[in-house]
Design a protein around this ligand. Structure first.
Ligand code: A2P
Length: 291
């Protein structure tokens, strides 16, 4: 993927296009802050906004979009289904709740936030398949322009795809220097899905690392810019977040340099750093605090 602007499109399997950098809203405070941030992000040039039911800010994302004065159709809005709403009926209702919260009549992308796994329920494959059937029906009804998953690893994807009529188009995973699960990314990309990166800056925890700082300095860029570019050069759509408009802008100024293959390898080999600790098989569902 060669890009020259944050609005350059990445094409999904069904032809829908996503701007190659998105604005993340996990952990963005509510009480008006998310609305103001989304409005500022759109003013800074972002056209792709990522939220989730569990973030508790879908309403403010909708308000921010309306306050920005941009045509809804010129934006790409993603939300996610929460783990308490699994199964066909609850999922179908959850989609309508998210649309209502956002004040929108369609979503550009809707994701299963976390896979059900054997530890949570031995019938995990059936449960994910039932949830997915509601996604497929809402997709076919035009409520969702594209559908996908988040935090799925290869085995969860294989199971879902084996039971699916419409294959997932996206898998959004934690991805940054210090936690770059390329095995999942390669599987996703080989199966005609787009990988997206949540916490592409390691939730800020990688930004003061001396090794990354030295590498970023070599390119005359910030560590945050290095991280965003690192995702893009791996074909992964990053969703950086900041509450600061100047940082929102600078995080997307990543089209005037290229990380060398040797430095990409160094970044891929970065020892574990800034990892959230959240993996579908390792954490109880109620400990997955909304990421
Ligand atoms: P802030 O909102 O004060 O800018 P991630 O996108 O990986 O989840 O990381 C988000 C975190 O990184 C937030 O704490 C955010 O804080 C911080 N952050 C985002 N951009 C920058 C930047 N350019 N420089 C320093 N910190 C940043």
């Amino acid at each position: 993927m060669i890009f020259s602007a944050m609005t350059d499109p990445v094409r999904l399997a069904n032809g829908v296009e996503i701007p190659c950098i998105g604005y993340g809203t996990w952990q963005t405070p509510t009480g008006g802050m998310t609305r103001d941030c989304v409005k500022a992000a759109i003013a800074a040039g972002y056209r792709h906004i990522d939220t989730a039911f569990i973030y508790g800010n879908e309403d403010e994302v909708g308000d921010g979009v309306r306050a920005a004065g941009i045509d809804r159709h010129d934006l790409f809005i993603t939300s996610k289904h929460w783990v308490t709403e699994r199964g066909y009926k609850k999922t179908a209702a959850a989609i309508d709740v998210s649309l209502k919260n956002l004040g929108m009549d369609y979503l550009d992308l809707y994701l299963i936030h976390w896979p059900c796994v054997a530890k949570v329920d031995p019938a995990w494959e059936e449960i994910n398949a039932d949830t997915w059937r509601a996604f497929e029906d809402a997709y076919k009804a035009g409520k969702l322009r594209a559908i996908g998953v988040s935090n799925f690893q290869e085995k969860h994807l294989r199971s879902l795809m084996a039971n699916a009529d419409v294959s997932p188009m996206v898998d959004q995973i934690e991805f940054h220097p210090g936690h770059a699960p390329m095995d999942t990314v390669r599987f996703v990309q080989a199966n005609d899905m787009v990988a997206e990166a949540w916490s592409p800056l390691g939730s800020g925890a990688v930004l003061n690392d001396p090794g990354l700082a030295a590498l970023a300095a070599k390119y005359g860029k910030s560590v945050a810019q290095l991280c965003v570019r690192f995702a893009l050069q791996n074909g992964v759509v990053p969703l950086p977040k900041s509450t600061d408009p100047a940082r929102m802008r600078s995080n997307a100024e990543v089209f005037d340099f290229e990380i060398s293959p040797a430095d990409m390898e160094t970044l891929l080999q970065t020892p574990t750093l800034g990892f959230s600790g959240y993996l579908p098989e390792d954490a109880p569902a109620d400990a997955l605090a909304g990421n």
